[in-house]
Design a protein around this ligand. Structure first.
Ligand code: PA5
Length: 446
């Protein structure tokens, strides 16, 4: 089971002040449970792990098999909550070089619809020209510009290259039950489709088909992932007292640190496979808490890589930060540092040691240095990077986010601020229906 260690925050905030949050955290957990808090129409994620049925998982696995049997490459088209969870899990569990291997065990998973870069889309469509590819089109609203634009290109290319009949087989839609262009297209074309429940917001949707289908296509066990999430659902349940409840403690300590002036939380890893877990986490916490002029700014670094770039700032910059480290106990492979007769690099003192022993000492050394430099340190200890542990981690962060948002006093389940750029973009592009906005924005630009 993943473990939370907040001991190294106590030089900065007192244990008493953190534990004083117990009633607030308990009340927040109860508001989630009873559905009495803000945004209570988006609580479908709360008991999702324990309520997923075998039929749903079987259906997802059967669809994944169709894609695996018929595709060398599968494109996950989606943005924000509609792709980050899948990417976080897939990149964490995948061999880093699988996609470069001649003989691949799994289809290559690529991503689109998460930017509007012409070069990115051109290069992707070029790469796909001689590939048997399929598409998972993911959009809850079914109208997100980035995703719809990429899907328009990919659908046409898939049909042109593979024929309409095969395209129908290897394009899958994950979207709303009734509304949105993605639903209409899926129904008109006869694509296999999955529904994103109304009461699950994008950033909380990794344990719906949004995350589970791409993860299954990539060759990972969604049963084990869900089992891990179920374990964490129990460990963070409303009736688990504060002192033993990792979600409540994490919510409490980060709120207390925030109150004490630590406005930025940096999620740290020492394993590059976790990079996209940080991207997923940033969206989860950033969109959930960053509103009403409040909220910790969620940032992330990959160590030791970024110790050679951001390390200086973290050690000696403005003291407005704290770190949360994803610490992995066991690696999957064994690699020992060889001895070298000439020892020109002076590394013979490491000969015979595992690379991970060196990494662990870098991690410990960094923790001590950063704490000495005034950076409170939270550790999340993960046994190993497998489906079960990642399932635990995802649910832990989701539950803690709900509790933390309520403790902060915001609605963690809306994102009104993301509309502002869209309105301007549509006005600038003269989208029908935006005539007044177009006029106003053009006047501003004169
Ligand atoms: O968490 C969210 O709600 C957002 O990040 C959405 O997931 C993102 O904007 C994509 O929206 P949609 O799934 O409607 O295309």
């Amino acid at each position: 089971m993943i473990k939370l260690d907040i001991e190294k925050t106590f030089g900065f905030v007192s244990k008493e002040s953190v534990y004083a949050y117990a009633p607030k955290a308990q009340a927040a957990a109860e508001a989630l449970e009873k559905g009495t808090g803000l945004g209570n129409d988006f609580l479908g994620w709360l008991h999702l792990p324990s309520s997923i049925t075998k039929e749903v998982l079987d259906d997802i696995n059967a669809t994944a098999k169709v894609l695996r049997d018929n595709c060398e490459v599968v494109i996950v088209a989606g943005i924000g909550g509609s792709y980050l969870g899948a990417r976080a899990v897939i990149e964490t569990l995948s061999n880093s070089f699988e996609w470069l291997k001649e003989k691949k065990e799994n289809p290559v998973i690529l991503y689109a619809g998460n930017n509007i870069s012409e070069d990115y889309l051109f290069e992707l469509t070029e790469y796909l020209k001689d590939k048997k590819f399929g598409v998972i089109n993911i959009s809850k609203s079914g109208t997100t510009t980035e995703t719809a634009l990429a899907f328009r290109l990919l659908k046409k290319q898939c049909e042109d290259q593979r024929g309409k009949e095969m395209a129908r087989k290897v394009i899958v839609a994950i979207t709303d039950a009734k509304k949105g262009a993605a639903r209409v297209t899926a129904d008109n074309e006869g694509y296999k489709s999955f529904v994103i429940p109304d009461n699950v917001g994008g950033r909380f949707s990794v344990l719906t088909p949004v995350g589970l289908l791409p993860i299954a296509v990539a060759g990972f066990s969604i049963e084990k992932l869900v089992a891990g999430a179920v374990q964490m659902e129990k460990a963070c349940a409303v009736d688990v007292p504060f002192e033993q409840n990792p979600a409540m403690i994490y919510a409490a300590v980060r709120n207390e640190l925030y109150k004490s002036g630590k406005k930025i939380e940096i999620l740290v890893n020492f394993c590059p496979k976790l990079h996209y877990v940080s991207e997923w986490w940033k969206q989860l916490y950033g969109e959930s808490e960053g509103k009403d002029n409040l909220g910790i700014f969620p940032a992330s670094v990959d160590f030791t890589t970024d110790l050679h770039s951001m390390g200086q700032w973290i050690q000696e910059g403005e003291r407005s930060i704290f770190e949360t480290v994803l610490s992995v106990d066991h690696v999957d492979h064994s690699l020992v540092v060889p001895s070298d007769e000439q020892n020109l690099d002076g590394l013979n003192f490491l000969a015979g040691k595992h690379v991970d022993q060196v990494n662990k000492m870098a991690e410990l050394g960094t923790q001590l240095a950063h704490v000495d430099g005034g950076v409170p340190n939270i550790r999340i200890c993960i046994e190993r990077l497998d489906e079960e542990n990642i399932g635990q981690l995802l649910y832990f962060f989701e539950k803690a986010c709900g509790v933390s948002g309520y403790v902060l006093g915001v609605n963690p389940f809306n994102q009104p601020g993301v509309e502002a750029y869209k309105k301007n973009m549509f006005a600038l592009l003269n989208k029908p229906g935006y005539e007044a906005e177009s006029k106003a924005i053009q006047a501003r630009l004169k």
